[in-house]
Structures are given as structure tokens and as C-alpha cells.
Design a protein around this ligand. Structure first.
Ligand SMILES: [Zn+2]
Length: 303
């Protein structure tokens, strides 16, 4: 069931809005019954989430990944893209791009506040209020996404950092473990807020999302590395290291060129046959590895 609907395109990427975005309007409405403020704040927060996701998407596209679409949810956005290769630099740059957009927007708004002050703008004027809210929303979005809660941006940065020195599987396991601790702390915080009657149960969705999405990605990485999805001892200890390099499958894998949503990183038709840079692996082995880890060879030159 797809509860989102397309509202337009940005840089050629379809932008969708999820029906639960209406919940955000509702939450804002019960916290402040001023319809104009509710609509304004929703619009600004919506725009900032979109720009944040575009930051991720455009950097990803720069690395040859395909961005299928961006869906805006009440608690943030999700850019669906072809799988990010197991590469610290690529993952780190894609992850930092979103919060960087927020901090850049906040910086611009602060400059605007200073300029307004110099021009004698009243502190209770509408532009001043707007710039203050805009700065606050962007600092909050950028800061919150930098929490080391994998699969949020901060957690991805942590994995990229750990992945520089460690096996990608170990790095993912450590990042997910830290993410679960952050999720538990957020859950306790949400429960305390609710007990005081100040929070909404929607806040509980964030830690649940972090826990389940982090676990889902961890299972994927474990399976890819030949480890059991549950790891050793309930998933809190590192799994056994991957025994050996995978051997080529007996029969060649079916061509995934027509797999629709799957991205450039998985499209064998873009690879050059008999590329001398392929190194010690034969064509089938490289295809097998690229199917999981993204493109390993440089893209073909433009004609
Ligand atoms: Zn992000």
C-alpha cells in the first residue's frame, strides 16, 4: 500500500508527500491553534526537509547512484536511491550533505537577521519572526539528523568513520549498537515527555524507526558478507568474520539491467567488457561483487 502522492519534480527527481504529513499539521494545530502559524511552520519545515533530502540525492547522483524518488514524511524525508557502495568516502559525503544544507540555510537566515538588525528591522516584525523560526527549524533538523543513530545521517557518518579502518560489517555492527543505545534514550525521553503530558505518541515512532531500520540494514550487510543475519549472541557481539572471498557462482547471475528501480551501480550493461582494469577477478566474479557493493570499476567514458 502506497500512501504517498507525487507533488512534483526537483532536479528531475520525483518528489512525493506521504499522507501522514497531515499528522504534522494536526500536531501543530493541537499545540498552537493559530491556523496561519500552523500552515507557515508546516510549509517551512516541509521545504527544509525537501532541501535536506536534495542535498543527499544530488551528492549521491554525482557518484553515479540513481535516486528513484524523495518521499516527505512528517518526521523527515527519505530519498530512495540505489544501494550506496561499501565505501567510507562515498557514504560519508552523501550522509553529511543533508545536514550541511540545513546548517547553510540556518547560516543564511542568521546573516539575514543581522542585516535586518542593521537596517533597523523591529524585533516583533513578521520577517524577523520568520527568520528566527527558519533558523530554529534548520538547526533542529540538522542537529537531530547528526545524532549517531544509524540509519540516520549521524549514524551513517559514524559507520563511514569506523569503516575507514575496519571491515564494513564490523563498522555496521558498531554503528547499529550505538544507534540502539540512542534509540533507547530517545524512547525514555519520549515516555517521560508523555508522562508529563507534553509529548505526543508520534515521538515514539522515531526510536522505533531507528531500531527497526537499523536492524534491517544490519541484516542486509550480514547476509551480504556471508554471516548469519542475527549475528552471534543476539546481535550484540560481532559476527564471525567473513570466511573467505566469495567464489564465483556456478551459473552466471541473470542480467539485472532491466530491474527497474535498481540503480546505476547495479547495471551491468554500463560495464566495459574485457576492461583491462578489472584486475585479478574474472568478469563473473566482478559482476557478482558489484551486484552487492556497487560499481567497482570506473563508469564508461562518454562517447
Ligand atoms: Zn538526512
Amino acid at each position: 500500500m502506497n500512501l504517498s502522492f507525487k507533488i512534483g519534480n526537483a532536479f528531475g527527481i520525483p518528489v512525493r508527500i506521504h499522507a501522514t504529513f497531515l499528522l504534522l499539521i494536526y500536531v501543530l494545530y493541537i499545540s498552537t491553534p493559530d491556523p496561519l502559524l500552523v500552515l507557515g511552520a508546516t510549509g517551512v519545515s516541509f521545504g527544509c526537509v525537501l532541501l535536506h533530502e536534495l542535498g543527499h540525492s544530488l551528492v549521491a547522483r554525482n557518484f553515479g547512484l540513481r535516486v528513484a524518488d524523495i518521499t516527505l514524511w512528517p518526521l523527515g524525508g527519505i530519498a530512495r536511491m540505489s544501494e550506496i557502495p561499501e565505501n567510507s568516502r562515498i557514504e560519508g559525503l552523501i550522509a553529511i550533505a543533508g545536514p550541511a544544507v540545513n546548517f547553510a540555510l540556518a547560516g543564511l537566515a542568521i546573516l539575514g537577521l543581522f542585516a535586518g538588525h542593521a537596517l533597523g528591522l523591529e524585533d516583533d516584525s513578521l520577517p524577523h519572526g520568520f527568520l528566527l523560526v527558519f533558523t530554529g527549524i534548520n538547526l533542529a533538523q540538522g542537529g537531530f539528523n547528526l545524532l549517531p543513530a544509524f540509519p540516520m545521517d549521524g549514524g551513517r557518518l559514524l559507520r563511514a568513520f569506523l569503516g575507514r579502518k575496519r571491515d564494513w560489517l564490523r563498522a555496521t555492527e558498531s554503528a547499529v549498537r550505538v544507534g540502539r543505545i540512542v534509540a533507547l534514550l530517545l524512547l525514555i525521553g519520549a515516555l517521560l515527555l508523555m508522562r508529563e503530558g507534553r509529548g505526543s505518541c508520534i515521538l515514539m515512532l522515531i526510536p522505533l524507526f531507528i531500531w527497526f531500520e537499523g536492524t534491517r540494514e544490519l541484516w542486509g550487510v550480514r547476509l551480504r558478507h556471508g554471516a548469519t543475519p542475527f549475528g552471534a549472541g543476539f546481535g550484540f557481539r560481532p559476527s564471525a568474520p567473513t570466511p573467505s572471498a566469495p567464489s564465483a557462482p556456478a551459473a552466471p547471475l541473470p542480467d539485472t539491467a532491466d530491474a527497474g528501480e535498481r540503480g546505476v551501480a547495479r547495471r551491468p550493461q554500463l560495464w566495459q567488457k574485457g576492461d583491462p582494469r578489472a584486475g585479478g577477478f574474472n568478469e563473473d566474479q566482478v559482476r557478482w561483487l558489484e551486484a552487492y557493493r556497487g560499481r567497482l570499476r570506473p563508469p564508461p567514458e562518454e562517447p
